[in-house]
Write a protein that binds this ligand. Structure first.
Ligand code: ADP
Ligand code: 5GP
Length: 202
């Protein structure tokens, strides 16, 4: 495998989708890993674009079949990353971007650590996060409250990440994300380095 993995985590409403979209023209070709989830689609979300939306039973069949590189229960729903398309993209030498939670980051790092660069993204304060979730107006108040509560736990994992992006001004945060994504592409696996040393020495 020759590609690289960039894991982006952070509380729901931190601005992960916004930042990826803003930075996309600065980071060249990449493969965005579309997760599978049991949560209900929000207005405007499409199956196969935002997520693969499946039932609880379908998700559990996927677990049994070993389809997931990682999966976790987040805010009461299953979310998971399918292994096959990720491996295909890595074999083509692509940068693969994951938007997954802190549990997913731990699992991906444990399995594929040498390919992983990670960034945690957060608004400057919890109050600002809450404000953005209400302004986004995609979730009921009870769901927003649950997400804010979870954010207080998720922020505790911040030191596990290679980089932290404070999403205050979108252009600045998007620029930082682009720098990190371009550096992630340059990360070499030990296999690649070994090959290089062998060629270098001949
Ligand atoms: P996530 O993908 O992390 O759940 P979103 O990208 O959906 O978060 O962002 C949550 C909300 O906050 C959206 O309505 C988005 O337009 C808004 N937002 C994102 N970044 C900023 C920012 N820097 N300042 C103000 N609002 C922002
Ligand atoms: P949302 O419901 O707001 O789209 O996402 C909720 C949370 O689930 C976010 O923190 C997001 O990063 C995380 N998430 C999305 N897809 C996956 C996945 O495949 N695996 C894991 N572990 N978390 C995910």
């Amino acid at each position: 495998m020759q590609g690289a993995i960039l894991v982006l985590s952070g509380p729901s409403g931190a601005g992960k989708s916004t930042i990826i979209n803003h930075a996309s023209s600065q980071i060249g070709e990449y493969y965005f890993s579309i997760s599978t989830t049991t949560r209900q689609p929000r207005t405007g979300e499409e199956h196969g674009i935002d997520y693969y939306f499946v039932t609880h039973a379908e998700f559990e069949e996927g677990i049994k079949a070993g389809d997931f590189l990682e999966y976790a229960t987040v805010h009461g729903n299953y979310y998971g990353t399918s292994l096959k398309p990720v491996n295909e993209a890595l074999n083509l030498g692509k940068l693969v971007i994951f938007d997954i939670d802190v549990q997913g980051h731990r699992l991906v790092r444990a399995k594929m650590g040498e390919y992983v660069t990670s960034a945690f993204i957060t608004p400057p304060t919890l109050r600002e996060l809450e404000k953005r979730l209400y302004a986004r107006a995609t979730d009921d108040n009870s769901i927003i409250e649950r997400r804010v509560k979870n954010a207080k736990e998720e922020i505790k994992a911040v030191s596990e990440f290679d980089f932290v992006i404070i999403n205050d001004e979108i252009p600045k945060a998007a620029n930082e994300f682009a720098i990190i994504a371009n550096a992630a592409r340059l990360k070499q696996s030990s296999q690649e380095l070994e090959k290089f040393v062998n060629i270098w020495d001949n």
